[in-house]
Design a binder for this molecule. Structure first.
Ligand code: SF4
Length: 688
């Protein structure tokens, strides 16, 4: 059981205590029906330890460790940039301590100017690291910080419901509101965790300020005290110096507005730190993209049978409208998708033009019809919730997608039609997420960092950051001789060459001889699951080691295999480039020493990537489209994969790239050609 804090003397005391063991004060307020969650008096802030910093440390008063010279440079660069209300984009190699440097630099400026920091992370484990560093800073400076997660992760009440995982966020929010309303009315049927929020908020505040808990620790503390973590965090946000949150808290316009409202901040007094920044734009594009499938339309049609097919505009009934839209999609697919293809571009307003013509509508009429669908769908959702069915109305989902479809900007989206075994789908793919770039541009300071962000000018341009943005590269402080990257010239995964006789076998032979020659834990990265599956039988026949495989769509199984692999010292784990293993997991020491990278992981040539290439060619200059859309992400993926090898000062590791096209990126990858990769690898490891 976690400890609580005495409200008078702040000493730790077990949660079931009646009185503080130090000062004797009563613990815990009387719990009763609460009327609102405002007017909270927070606990006093803890005393800051007085630390006298050496003179040269005055430039970095929030840096809690003995800094290396390069770390002082990073902190100073960040503080100076933020002081001029500007942005800094930095590639910071493994071991530079970018998390602590960013926090120390940003806090120095934020505390002087009364600003707040939002620190964006991609994964929970990255947010844990931020909390650990904040805890270290709190030893020398009075600061506060807290992690945020969505309701779905935090809610202890609804989590116990059957099918919880599948409940859409919108429905979860409705259920939560209903429970809270009942709690406030006091007539029973409310949420017991919400009932205790007001009386426990000061304890949670003290816990956060004292312990700087990770996300799981904070949720666990709240849950064991029968307090809703989600609601209590909403109340505490405004008092915190640093809020650590997943990307979606900034990428989603709704969540972002709520967050800023709870922080009582606007663009003027927010500083943003983006960790693993190379993922931000792809995540924003994914967030902005959406689709409308034949399956969605069929589900809406079925729902309409129980809604007595209402009118949505003048004499037009919803069923007639949805049915005609279905026929339009089928006809576009027949007309546009040619033999052997599975997708085709469509004109930006083709679908709505056909609908408008059929029903003699103008744009305002069309919007009105779609809004009516959303209204009817909202009422239906409420009805379903009342009946204990925890899902959104199909008509509501379709109405929202249609509204997005007709209001999407031509410069930001490309529209395609796709067909697969599940039927035809209209897709709106976001190629230019200007909502997020506009928001970041409007801030008076931000820090964008990653271990693989070069070329920095590409990042600055695609993010739309101003020309005054500072760009810095801080190399890894680890000994360069501990790392080696080589590539071979006799194989490639280039599409036309891969079809040539013997190429696949030659690649497999390289993998087999390398794996059998090096008695170290080895990761093999493929460019796709398809290629990995194709080579698997050949490799299983010839490699004399324990082998583990990433199973697409089976996260738990993959993680169990990975655990086993990490415990051993001479196994081979087969995975794909760009996945969670290639980017999100650290393998310190002997957990990983050798990496084999099969091919150059250019993104697949889709209509979407072609449209982005054309857009960037037009925007930034001919040739830069291919560079920005295909080459830069491919090189980053290789660097991320090779970066798994060296996580500490004493780690040693080697990567072999099996593709002659690596020669084009030899400088960026710091890679050398090899005619004898097995010999080179054996020599590298025999020097240990
Ligand atoms: Fe869940 Fe909290 Fe809402 Fe209760 S108040 S339903 S615990 S999110």
């Amino acid at each position: 059981m976690p400890s609580l804090f005495c409200m008078r003397c702040k000493s730790l005391t077990p949660p079931d205590s009646v009185r503080c063991r130090v000062c004797g004060a009563p613990i815990g307020e009387v719990e009763g029906k609460q009327h609102c969650l405002t007017d909270i008096t927070f606990s006093e802030k803890k005393e800051e330890k007085k630390i006298i910093l050496p003179k040269d440390r005055l430039a970095a008063p929030y840096f809690p460790y003995e800094p290396r010279e390069s770390q002082m440079d990073i902190v100073k660069d960040i503080t100076v940039t933020l002081a001029s209300s500007d942005h800094i984009v930095m590639e910071s190699g493994t071991g530079t301590g970018k998390t602590i440097c960013a926090l120390a630099g940003a806090l120095h400026h934020a505390k002087m100017k009364g600003k707040k920091i939002i620190y964006l992370t991609r994964t929970i484990s990255q947010s844990d690291q931020v909390m650990k560093e904040l805890r270290a800073i709190s030893e020398i400076k009075q600061i506060s910080g807290m992690t945020l997660t969505g309701r779905k992760k935090a809610c202890p009440l609804l989590r116990t419901m059957a099918g919880y995982e599948d409940i859409p966020p919108h429905v979860l929010a409705n259920l939560c509101e209903e429970k809270k309303a009942k709690s406030l009315a006091g007539g029973g049927g409310g949420c017991k965790y919400y009932d205790r929020v007001k009386s426990f908020v000061t304890r949670v505040d003290s816990f956060c300020r004292e312990k700087f808990p990770t996300s799981d620790e904070l949720d666990g503390f709240c849950e064991s005290s029968n307090v809703c973590p989600y609601e209590v965090k909403k109340m505490l946000i405004q008092g915190m110096d640093v809020i650590v949150a997943p990307y979606v808290h900034i990428l989603s316009e709704d969540i972002r507005s709520n967050l800023l409202a709870h922080m009582k901040c606007d663009d003027e007094n927010i500083l943003l730190i983006v960790d693993e920044a190379h993922n931000l734009i792809p995540a924003a594009r994914e967030q902005g993209s959406f689709s409308i499938s034949i399956k969605d339309l069929d589900a809406a049609m079925e729902e309409l049978t129980s809604l007595k097919d209402p009118f949505i505009f003048k004499e037009i009934k919803a069923g007639e409208f949805v049915g005609f839209l279905r026929a339009v999609i089928k006809s576009i697919a027949n007309e546009k998708i040619t033999l052997g293809k599975s997708e085709a571009l469509i004109d930006h307003d083709h679908v709505e033009s056909v609908l408008k013509k059929k029903y003699s509508m103008n744009s305002a009429d069309m919007l009105s019809a779609v809004n009516k669908m959303i209204d009817i769908g909202e009422t239906r959702t409420e009805y379903l919730l009342d009946q204990g069915v925890h899902k959104l109305s199909e008509l509501f989902i379709l109405g929202v997608s249609m509204k997005d479809w007709i209001s999407s900007d031509e410069g930001q989206f490309i529209k395609t039609i796709r067909a697969d075994k599940d039927g035809e789908v209209l897709c709106a793919s976001c190629i230019d997420p200007s909502d997020i770039t506009m928001f970041i541009r409007s801030l008076k300071g931000s820090v964008h960092m990653s271990g693989t962000l070069q070329p920095l000018d590409q990042y600055v341009r695609t993010m739309g950051l101003p020309k005054t943005t500072a760009m810095r590269v801080y190399p890894t402080p680890f000994p360069p001789e501990n790392r080696s990257v080589i590539y071979v010239n006799d194989v490639t995964t280039k599409y036309e060459d891969l079809k040539r006789e013997g190429m696949t076998e030659r690649i497999a032979r390289h993998i087999v001889t390398l794996c059998n020659a090096i008695q170290k834990n080895t990761l093999v990265f493929f460019p796709s699951y398809g290629m990995m599956a194709k080579m698997r039988p050949m490799l299983e026949r010839s490699i004399d080691k324990r082998m583990y495989w990433e199973e697409s769509g089976h996260q738990r199984k993959t993680m169990n295999s990975l655990d086993q692999f990490r415990k051993g010292r001479d196994g081979v784990f087969f995975t794909v480039m760009g996945g969670s293993i290639a980017e999100g997991i650290d393998f310190p020491g002997d957990e990983l020493s050798f990496a084999i990278i099969v091919g150059i992981p250019y993104p697949p040539p889709t209509l979407e990537s072609k449209a982005m290439t054309d857009l960037f060619d037009k925007k930034y200059g001919t040739g830069l489209g291919w560079a920005y859309v295909s080459e830069v992400p491919a090189v980053r993926k290789i660097k991320q994969a090779a970066g798994r090898l060296i996580r500490t000062e004493t780690d040693r590791g080697m990567a072999v790239i099996l593709d002659s096209r690596a020669s084009r990126y030899a400088t960026q990858l710091d890679a050398k050609p090899s005619k004898d990769p097995v010999g080179d690898a054996v020599r590298f490891f025999s020097n240990e």
